[in-house]
Design a protein around this ligand. Structure first.
Ligand SMILES: [Zn+2]
Length: 525
C-alpha cells in the first residue's frame, strides 16, 4: 500500500486539511473496499438510497446510519452474525482492477496473488469480553495487523519509549486488544518487550520477579493489577529502580490512581514516574494514548490517528454530531481497515470534553484528541446505574470518587441483601485498605461523608483489610480482571452478575480456559 499524505503527516495536519484528506480517503474506502465486499453495508446503503458518491466528506458521514453492538450480537437464527461485517472480496472483481493488472504485469501474477491474499484473508482475531452479552469476534487480515502494529508503535512513540528501553507488558493474556496491541507495539518500535500474561498467567509474585530480572523502564498493565503488584513489592521491601513510565489500559484511570501508582513507584526507588492511560476498543482494532505527564498535571487527551479512522462525537439522545469541545458519545468509522468493518459504530463510551484539533501542549503534535474523562458505558449501560437502597447510583462516578480519596488504597464495593433474602433490603459493604498510614477512624469518617454527600449512600459496613486480603477479594491471579464492584445479591431480584467496572471490550473477567493439556493417567500397579 502506498503511503497516503494523511498517513505520512498523521500527526501534523491542521483540522481543515486533515478532514479534507479524511473525506477523500473515506470515499475511496467505501467505493473500493467496503461496498463491493460487505454484504451488510451494501444492503444498508441500498436501503438508505446511498452510494459511495454521496459520501465525500467527514460531514457526509452523518448520512450513514449508525451501527451498534446489537447489530453484531448473535441471535438464535444467526449465531455467527458478526461475520456479516467481515469483508469478503470477490477475486474476479479484484483481478479486473487496473492497479492489480498493472502490478501483475510488473511483478508477476503469483506475487500479486500472494499480496492480495495477505491483504484480504483474515488470519487473526480479537474478541469483546461478553460479560453481560455474548462475545463478538473481530477479524484481522495482515493489513489490519500492520495497522495494529503501526498504531501500537505510535503509542510507544507518543509515550517517548526509546528502543534502548525495555517494556514489561502485564496485560492479561487473552484474545483481547490490549495484550496484542502492546505486543505489536514493541515489535513495531524494535523495543524489547516481555509479555508476562498478567496475574492469571504468572501471579503477582511472578510479575515482580520479572520486573526485578528485566529492570524495565516501562510498565504496561491494568491499573488495579499493577496497584497490587506494586503494593506487594512494597510489602516485600523490594527495590524497583529505573521505572520511568507506567502505561495503563483496560480500565479508566482516575487522577487518584495515577497519583497512587506514582507515589508507590517513588517508594520503591523510582521517583517521578510518568503515567499514561490508553483508550482502545475491539471494534476499532486500535488503541490510542495520551502524552506522558506527571500526575497532578492536566491530562493531554487521547491522540487519535486521522489516517486510520474518523472519530465523531455525537449527542447520544439525538444522534447529531456535536461541535468540537463538546462532550458526547464516541462514534468510530475506520477508513483503512480490512477484515471486520463497522461504519459509524456507536461505542456507548462518553467523552467528557469531546474532540480538539489544537496542537498538543505537551508534544506539539496536531491531530484530533479526545479530551477529558471517558465513561465506559459500552454494553453495560443497564448496569452502570444500579438501584441500591432505592437510590440510583452511578458507579462510574463512584469509582472516580473513591480512587481520588487520599489515604485509601485498594477498595471493593460489595452489594448484598440483608440475611441473603432476595426480598430483604439492599446492603452495601465497602472493603478498603489504607495507605500512607492514614488513621482508620479518620478515613472511615471521610468515606462516609463522601458517599453520603455525593451519592446519598450509607454503607452498612466499612471493613479494613490488609493488602493481601484485598488481593483475594479482587481475585488477583484468578479473574482476568480485578473485581472492584461485586454483586452478591441473590439472583431472584438482581441481574445475574453485576460487574460495575467500566469495561472496554478487550478486557474480560471470565476465567480463560487455560487448562493444561490432559496429563496421561498414572498407571496403578
Ligand atoms: Zn501530545
Amino acid at each position: 500500500m502506498p503511503t497516503s499524505a494523511l498517513s505520512k503527516h498523521w500527526d501534523r495536519l491542521e483540522r481543515a486539511p486533515a478532514r479534507a484528506l479524511q473525506g477523500r480517503q473515506l470515499h475511496g474506502f467505501l467505493r473500493d473496499t467496503v461496498l463491493p465486499f460487505s454484504a451488510h453495508y451494501r444492503r444498508v446503503f441500498a436501503e438508505s438510497g446511498l452510494t459511495a458518491d454521496d459520501i465525500r466528506s467527514v460531514d457526509d458521514l452523518r448520512k450513514i446510519p449508525f451501527s451498534s453492538k446489537t447489530d453484531l450480537l448473535p441471535t438464535p437464527e444467526e449465531p455467527r452474525r458478526s461475520l456479516n461485517f467481515a469483508l469478503t472480496p470477490d477475486p474476479k472483481v479484484l483481478s479486473k482492477r487496473p492497479g492489480v493488472i498493472a502490478r501483475a504485469l510488473l511483478t508477476g501474477r503469483a506475487r500479486v496473488k500472494d499480496e492480495l491474499d495477505r491483504e484480504w484473508r483474515p488470519t487473526f482475531m480479537t474478541a469483546t469480553t461478553g460479560r453481560s452479552t455474548d462475545s463478538v469476534s473481530f477479524l484481522y487480515t495482515q493489513h489490519d495487523l500492520n495497522n495494529l502494529a503501526v498504531g501500537g508503535g505510535r503509542i510507544a512513540e507518543i509515550a517517548r519509549v526509546t528502543r534502548e528501553e525495555r517494556m514489561l507488558n502485564m496485560f492479561p493474556f487473552a484474545p483481547h486488544l490490549a495484550f496484542w496491541c502492546m505486543h505489536y507495539a514493541g515489535l513495531n518500535r524494535n523495543t524489547f518487550a516481555l509479555s508476562t500474561g498478567g496475574g492469571k498467567c504468572m501471579g503477582t509474585e511472578g510479575n515482580i520477579k520479572a520486573i526485578l530480572k528485566l529492570k524495565p523502564q516501562v510498565l504496561v498493565a491494568m491499573p488495579t493489577f499493577i496497584y497490587h503488584v506494586l503494593q506487594q513489592a512494597i510489602d516485600e521491601n523490594a527495590r524497583l529502580e529505573g521505572v520511568r513510565l507506567i502505561c495503563l489500559g483496560g480500565e479508566k484511570v482516575p487522577d487518584g490512581m495515577r497519583r497512587k501508582l506514582s507515589a508507590m513507584c517513588a517508594q520503591l526507588g523510582s521517583p517521578n514516574v510518568e503515567v499514561v492511560a490508553t483508550y482502545g476498543f475491539t471494534e476499532a482494532k486500535l488503541a490510542f494514548t495520551e502524552c506522558p505527564f506527571t500526575p497532578g498535571q492536566p491530562p493531554t487527551g487521547y491522540h487519535l490517528y486521522p489516517d486510520m479512522g474518523i472519530v465523531e462525537v455525537i449527542n447520544p439522545e439525538t444522534g447529531e454530531p456535536v461541535p468540537d469541545g463538546t462532550g458526547g458519545e464516541i462514534v468510530w468509522t475506520p477508513i483503512n481497515a480490512r477484515g471486520t468493518v463497522v461504519l459509524r459504530y456507536r461505542t456507548g463510551d462518553r467523552i467528557e470534553h469531546g474532540l480538539t484539533w489544537s496542537a498538543c501542549p505537551c508534544c506539539g503534535r496536531t491531530l484530533p484528541r479526545l479530551m477529558g474523562r471517558i465513561s465506559r458505558v459500552s454494553d453495560f449501560r443497564a448496569m452502570r446505574f444500579q438501584k441500591v437502597k432505592g437510590t440510583i447510583v452511578d458507579f462510574n462516578e463512584l469509582e472516580h470518587a473513591l480512587d481520588d480519596v487520599r489515604g485509601l488504597g485498594a477498595w471493593q464495593i460489595e452489594l448484598r441483601k440483608a440475611h441473603d433474602d432476595p426480598l430483604d433490603l439492599d446492603e452495601i459493604a465497602l472493603h478498603v485498605a489504607r495507605m500512607d498510614d492514614m488513621a482508620e477512624a479518620a478515613l472511615e469518617r471521610h468515606l462516609r461523608e463522601l458517599l453520603q454527600a455525593n451519592f446519598e449512600l450509607r454503607p452498612n459496613r466499612i471493613t479494613f483489610h490488609t493488602s493481601e486480603e484485598m488481593k483475594v477479594l479482587h481475585q488477583v491471579g484468578i479473574a482476568l480482571k480485578e473485581q472492584k464492584v461485586v454483586d452478591h445479591r441473590p439472583q431472584a431480584v438482581a441481574p445475574a452478575t453485576v460487574v460495575v467496572e467500566p469495561t472496554p471490550a478487550h478486557v474480560d473477567t471470565k476465567p480463560l480456559n487455560l487448562k493444561p493439556a490432559r496429563q496421561p493417567q498414572e498407571t496403578t500397579a
